[in-house]
Design a protein around this ligand. Structure first.
Ligand code: ATP
Ligand code: MG
Length: 423
């Protein structure tokens, strides 16, 4: 069926490995697992996610569930398009807030959206997500929670072996800031929206924040000229965001402040974030999340600020497979002659190694060391340095990129050493 897939071995082993790593990280951060139903009352998503969002307005699988007995009533049900609304519904239903403790919950499971299927975008897909939610007196609004969730995600991606991710964060302000900004944005859009794409013209009416998400090239200069949400935040929201950034700086998690990151769900307030990866192409978001301080109240619960994220498991798999593939394509070694005088010796060494089945990329002595280094890192697993000392002694210096270590290897052992390097 369109947008669905069967997962077969050996790929299922990769899914299991990812889930095992995620569970072990969640456990270390003291999260517990929650499993909510795969379908819920349609009204939960309409109120929780927001009527005007893409998800609710066009992507949900909804049907009328007819009453089978007098005691039942016919109701509208929906396959869950995301899991945060379900978690918050469960939080309210089981009165988890009454414990006075922060609830730290994670989930792993299928979600359903009727989207146009393409690489990394399916109609049934799996998310790994987590939520930190509780009454304000339990510390649920603290910027420390935001920073802790982001630091946990950096750890999780690193432990999964997904190097090279980018973290973008922003603040979309409190429930009071947002309407103010939306008015400012509407006013700024009015004179220019006629020149924008059809989607933007629609969004300007229904959900102006989403204009900032537009990817159409011609619209970009117009969007860059629109007022920034950062300038509409009140002092408390500004201070909250500054504290999140300071905590991230202190923990050493790299990030960039993206003024246009607003995310597609209505429930977000203050911190929003996204982790992306270059290996994914157009669907480059690995995960997204943010704060939802008003969500519980919006669906009839007590005040329960929270923050969470949802990670696309399918996209994690695609990223890991792409990284594996790139590694498999690397040469064993890049030979870097240190100076023009070593070019001949380097060619001789390359010839010898290649005849022994080693995949070799050959540099030349006009390169500066730093430049050779950068070139080598992209195409090979290791770099063999060939200077005058090495040529004379027959003991070569080998830098292994995966570990960052530098080792002395005798020429006679070089073939075994290089071909033994893991991808
Ligand atoms: P996108 O901009 O890619 O449509 P989104 O803003 O709709 O993402 P969220 O609702 O925040 O995404 O979901 C969080 C994550 O779930 C996304 O970052 C992505 O990795 C994954 N995801 C969302 N929709 C799909 C889908 N149809 N197929 C596969 N993964 C998805
Ligand atoms: Mg989407």
């Amino acid at each position: 069926m369109r947008g669905t897939r069967d997962l077969l071995p050996p790929e299922t082993a990769l899914w299991n490995r990812i889930e095992a790593v995620a569970r072990s990280v969640f456990e270390r951060y003291n999260f517990g697992e929650i499993r909510t139903p795969i379908f819920e009352d349609t009204a939960l998503f309409a109120r929780g996610v927001g009527e005007e969002t893409d998800i609710v307005s066009k992507e949900m699988y909804t049907w009328e569930d007819r009453a089978r007995a007098q005691s039942e009533k016919t109701q509208m049900l929906t396959l869950r398009p995301e899991n945060t609304a379900g978690v918050v519904r469960a939080y309210i239903e089981h009165k988890l807030g009454e414990s006075g403790q922060l609830q730290k919950l994670y989930y792993i499971g299928p979600q359903f959206r009727r989207e146009r299927p393409q690489k990394g975008r399916y109609r049934q897909f799996s998310q790994i997500g987590a939520e930190v939610i509780g009454p304000p007196h339990a510390g649920s609004e603290s910027p420390v929670r935001d920073a802790e969730v982001l630091e946990m995600l950096a750890t999780l991606l690193d432990e999964l072996g997904i190097g090279g991710w980018t973290l973008k964060i922003n603040s979309v302000g409190s429930a009071q800031d947002r309407p103010k900004y939306i008015e400012t944005l509407k006013a700024a859009l009015a004179p220019v929206v006629g020149q924008m794409c059809g989607d933007c013209q629609r969004r300007a009416e229904t959900n102006p924040l989403r204009v900032l998400d537009c990817k159409v090239a011609e619209d970009q200069p117009i969007i860059d000229g629109l007022p920034r949400i950062a300038d509409s935040l009140d002092e408390a929201s500004k201070a909250h965001f500054a504290a999140v950034c300071a905590a991230l700086d202190a923990s050493g998690v790299p990030y960039t402040h993206d003024h246009r990151l607003v995310r597609g769900l209505d429930y977000y307030t203050r911190t929003t974030f996204e982790f992306t990866h270059g290996g994914l192409g157009a669907q480059n978001a690995l995960l997204g999340g943010g704060r939802y301080d008003g969500l519980s109240e919006a669906i009839g619960g007590p005040k329960a600020p929270g923050i969470g994220f949802a990670m696309g498991e399918d996209r994690l798999i695609l990223t890991l497979q792409a990284l594996e593939q790139a590694k498999a394509e690397l040469a064993h070694a890049y030979i870097a002659p240190l100076g023009e005088g070593q070019n001949a010796a380097a060619l001789k060494l390359a010839r010898k190694l290649r005849r022994d089945g080693v995949r070799v990329e050959l540099g030349d002595g006009s390169f500066r060391l730093k430049k050779s280094f950068e070139a080598a890192d992209k195409v090979a697993r290791a770099m063999v340095l060939l200077g005058e000392d090495e040529a004379q002694s027959g003991i070569l210096t080998v830098k292994v990129f995966a570990t960052g270590t530098q080792t002395k290897v005798a020429e006679a052992e070089l073939v075994a050493f290089l071909t033994g390097l893991a991808g």
